[in-house]
Design a protein around this ligand. Sequence first.
Ligand SMILES: Nc1ncnc2c1ncn2[C@@H]1O[C@H](COP(=O)(O)OP(=O)(O)OP(=O)(O)O)[C@@H](O)[C@H]1O
Ligand SMILES: [Mg+2]
Length: 339
Amino acid sequence: MFSFFTSDIAIDLGTANTLIYVKGEGIVANEPSVVAVQKDTRGAKSVLAVGKAAKEMIGKAPINIEVIRPLKDGVIADFDVAQQMIRYFIKHAYKKGSFIKPRIAIGVPYGITEVEKRTVKEAAASAGAREVFLVEQPMAAAVGAHLPVTEPTGNMIVDIGGGTTEVAVISLAGIVCSQSVKIAGDKMDEAITNYIKKKYNLQIGFKSAEQIKCTIGNAFPGEKKEFTEVKGLDLVAGIPKTIEMNSEEIRESLSECVGGIVQAVKAVLEKTPPQLAADIVDKGIVLAGGGALLKNLDILLREETNLPVIIAEDPLKSVVVGIGRILEDIDLLRTVSLT
Ligand SMILES: Nc1ncnc2c1ncn2[C@@H]1O[C@H](COP(=O)(O)OP(=O)(O)OP(=O)(O)O)[C@@H](O)[C@H]1O
Ligand SMILES: [Mg+2]
């Protein structure tokens, strides 16, 4: 009788990372949203690798192997591959009780279209879900960050992922005002790549750009300048080359993206009803998503808004932890899941 409920699964299907949480077990999968597909000589496709192993292949695979990121800008761009990816993660993460079809709650960007909702639901259903619930990611992130979302008080959450940055003010278990912009981790990696290409005529790969961002990238000047070696292909000489770059250059390359995120936060603050704005003045802005880890982004937002800014504990996990918590609270699930 009780095992009936143990098959509940929460999924944060992100542009960059997919996380799976099983009720009673915690996070059972945390992998890049990447699939490597191999084509045989007759053109038939088969899945070669999923997650970390597939991400390792980005930019390194021969022509018969295609490395695919099935989500773009927070939504499913390649349905078949996304479906295979979800199925793979569920199968590998969830061995117990596989005879019971699980209830699956899955995070979706705020304001997704009906077509997009159907795509996500079908992907989860085909992965074996008995029932599918959709939860808006800003709500999930807020719950995961321990914000009192059901109370009559203003909570501001900023979830900076790989594909989108979602800013929302939540009160009484609903999103009062929000904005979603397609400026997040991927755009930052792109900006770093373009900056290096333009300034140094050096072409670097996707993974190098991400690594530079995560090591010396920053949004606001810190105490000391940091340096890193950057390896790539010299576009003039046509041979591999190594250069040294510093954190100020990386900040400069990221300034447009970071500015876009600040603008989105300000736009939502402007739309916030005064009573809720007063709560935010006291409690501040909470940052979630991997982008929250960009060095000194909290300091920059504090400077720009004069509000307290707090980084959620373990920001990469806020959404999946939040969906998990919502799944465990049937009233909350009914209130916040999309119909
Ligand atoms: N220390 C760091 N500094 C800057 N960026 C980081 C850091 N760590 C991770 N990131 C970035 O965070 C992003 C991934 O965050 P997250 O897993 O929250 O995104 P996602 O949920 O998959 O995407 P989305 O919510 O947009 O669909 C990546 O772009 C990654 O490079
Ligand atoms: Mg996310």
